[in-house]
Write a protein that binds this ligand. Structure first.
Ligand SMILES: C[S@@+](CC[C@H](N)C(=O)[O-])C[C@H]1O[C@@H](n2cnc3c(N)ncnc32)[C@H](O)[C@@H]1O
Length: 305
């Protein structure tokens, strides 16, 4: 039975692609409720895992797991982009399960969801500027660009204009207010989704610098992984997936070879071998069990010598 409030996505595929060997050291960059960490620890009795999460509310589960797996698990409350500053040994695998957990999205007071009314917050780390700060202070053009870039929303200008009109009357401080403003200027999509979805996604990515975090973590993985070590990334929208795909294309042999100024030893080999030509998606059984798996895409690669 899965007692976690968050059902881990593509769990078996993650474990298979990490290729856990007993005695290995793994980084779970997105600990959440610990579904991946627990599975890695259970896969081999001598494995160790270092789990990161930027959300202080993940700490209780992290400390609980430290107690359960005496000496084999440690939790670090920090962003995964900082993982290299905490780790002083090469690791056998790094896994990132991007985005927000069910606990975060389902709690109205975290302000991530257009489905529940709550404070317009969206900060995973609960520090820094919130969605409310940006929605009430950015110019109309900045808002439109943000919604277009991070939400891939074609109607970004219409939505930005509606936000600016509404905030002249009163500050926008709740998720319900923002969702209503968007619903008033956007027809309901034919596919049954919510017309506020893309704008909320854009704000969440911006507030948490999610693409910058991912880019820095991918770069750090080059130095952290042992030769033969595995990188496994599960993403949930095309912006993330594209970033992972392009990182892997850039760092496989064909592209690294193009740099004629690099030392010969490095030009002969790319830094990674890609293990998933096409991303792995969830099968029918998982989709029935876990609707969140619908947009999940897993890409994996092996660090070369
Ligand atoms: C999709 S959930 C992970 C769920 C986890 N795999 C499990 O099985 O329970 C994503 C988690 O990663 C965390 N997170 C997202 N971006 C992060 C970052 N840049 N650094 C550290 N943690 C991050 C979120 O706070 C959230 O708890």
């Amino acid at each position: 039975m899965n007692e976690s409030p968050h059902i881990p996505v593509l769990l078996q595929e993650v474990i298979d692609n990490l290729s856990c060997q007993d005695g290995g050291v793994f980084i779970d960059g997105t600990f959440g409720a610990g579904g991946y960490s627990r599975a890695i620890l259970k896969a081999c009795p001598k494995n160790r895992v270092i789990g990161f999460d930027r959300d202080p509310s993940a700490m209780a589960a992290g400390l609980g797991m430290e107690a359960d797996f005496n000496g084999r698990f440690s939790f670090i409350h920090d962003c995964f982009s900082n993982m290299a500053s905490h780790i002083d040994e090469p690791v056998d695998g790094i896994v990132l399960d991007l985005g927000v957990s069910s606990m975060q999205i389902d709690q109205p007071d975290r302000g991530f969801s257009f489905r529940f009314d709550g404070p317009l917050d969206m900060r995973m780390g609960q520090a820094g500027r919130s969605a409310k700060d940006f929605v009430n202070s950015l110019s109309e053009k900045e808002l439109a660009d943000l919604i277009f870039t991070y939400g891939e929303e074609k109607a970004s200008r219409r939505i930005a204009a509606a936000i600016v009109r509404a905030r002249m009357l009163q500050p926008i401080v709740t998720t319900g207010q923002l969702a209503d403003i968007i619903h008033q200027v956007m027809p309901r999509p034919k596919d049954g989704s919510d017309s506020a979805m893309r704008t909320f996604q854009a704000l969440r990515i911006y507030v948490n610098d999610e693409l910058g975090e991912l880019e820095r973590a991918l770069d750090a993985s080059v130095h952290l992984l042992k030769p033969g070590g595995r990188l496994v990334v599960v993403s949930f929208h095309s912006l993330e997936d594209r970033l992972v795909k392009n990182f892997l294309i850039k760092n496989t042999s064909a592209h690294v070879h193009q740099n004629r100024y690099a030392p010969a030893a490095e030009t002969d080999k790319g830094l990674f071998s890609v293990l998933t030509k096409k991303p792995i998606c969830a099968g029918t059984a998982e989709l029935e069990r876990n609707p969140r798996a619908h947009s999940a895409k897993l890409r994996a690669a092996r660090r070369r010598v």
